[in-house]
Write a protein that binds this ligand. Sequence first.
Ligand code: BGP
Length: 475
Amino acid sequence: MAINYRPFPKDFMWGASTSAYQVEGAAEEDGKALSQQDVINRRPGVADASLASDHYHRFKEDVALMKELGMTSYRFSISWSRVFPQGSGEPNPKGVQFYHDLIDELLANGITPIPTLYHYDMPLALVEKYDGWISRESVKDFAHYARFIINEFKDKVKYWTTINEQSIIVQFWTQKCLIPEKYLDDPQIRYQINHHLNLAHATACKLVHELVPGGMVGAAINTAPIYALTSKPEDALGMLNAVDFRTLFYLDVYFKGEYSKASMIYLEEHNMAPVIEEGDLDLFKEGYSDFLAFNYYSSDCARSAGNATERTEQGVNWTGKKGEIESYETEPDFFQIVRNPACDTTDWDWAIDPVGLEFILRDIYARYGKPLMITENGMGAYDALTDDKKVHDSYRIDYLRAHIQAIQRAMHYGVEVLAYNPWSFMDLLSTSNGYKKRYGFVYVDRDEEGGSCERIKKDSYYWYQKVIATNGADL
Ligand code: BGP
């Protein structure tokens, strides 16, 4: 019997997502100083954050396109170094004004703003001053920034997200943070960074509860189901360890105010545990989350680490040619990540797994019972602009349709989902491949060198417009 899945609720938010350094450009304009991402992304032959999608100058045109698309929410991030160029001290009035103008424009067009306070872009000044998140000083400066922003926008913003993809910052620490060379051989550092991010997250949650009447706050984690590669009991245990290490280690802090035990014991035994000061765990509990926002792209498999004795890092596909990833994460005695042989992948080796979205929604909701919100989900691809200025991205439509169906199935079985904000509203600077790898509903006419940045609606734009207009009934 075919199941008649319940329709999306009337107040479900249909949106899209971006982040500051990936769209704004104007990296050193109107008082903004550089962030670490403005520097990390400078590679020969690859676009960087100096122009990006020129959203800083075109935000009104972009919001008009959002309105025409029918979006009812927009997830974006606030650039810390636009607001506090030196990371602390006095705010930059023009930077603050930009976010007022953007948020006012969204509200005037009936679009709920969902800002993220931190999306990889630590002010460079603080990296130079004390090595960024490596130092506990960062928590104090983040608190200063967060208090200012939350107070400034408390009458305009209800939903707040704190840190983008904390687990990815830990996993890919040298790509998401500028790490001075002297730390590179010390695997403990990344868990110290993580501890400071947890303190920053909890501080921001407390501030929202203190300053914003009716405000709701949560992290924006990246999460993926991890399946056991085989039915061997050892592989199932490897899977359990991987889920603990890659997912619960973060979510237990957000929702229970404590580190998951198995992962902490593993870190202690391998000399990687963070230094925790008195009162830190109390702060975790006080800074509880009201919901979890998460970014979902793909799933993984895990197996027993077998006899492996060396830690290995997760590789990245930098080229967009399938099959480039050569190494997967191994934590000796704990687990080994492997490619999921059951799923097809994008050209960048990301497993395409819509069922995994239903799985992770059901799994997280069963564990923590808090509302969920999707802040990213999408397909990175090479898009071609035709001579008559069209982008026929049927592959993206197929990807998004299957993921929306997965959300509907999860909601049918009782999961509370507040919003769907796929990545990305428009083409933007990819974290790994400049403008070769595109995600947007709106094409941005530029290449690695630059370009006009003209906005062109892709086929997926018109498709998503219909999805939103019918509240998900016509997929
Ligand atoms: C997420 C990040 C985004 C975004 C996206 C796609 O991890 O939060 O910033 O870039 O992934 O990643 P990429 O650009 O590497 O394809």
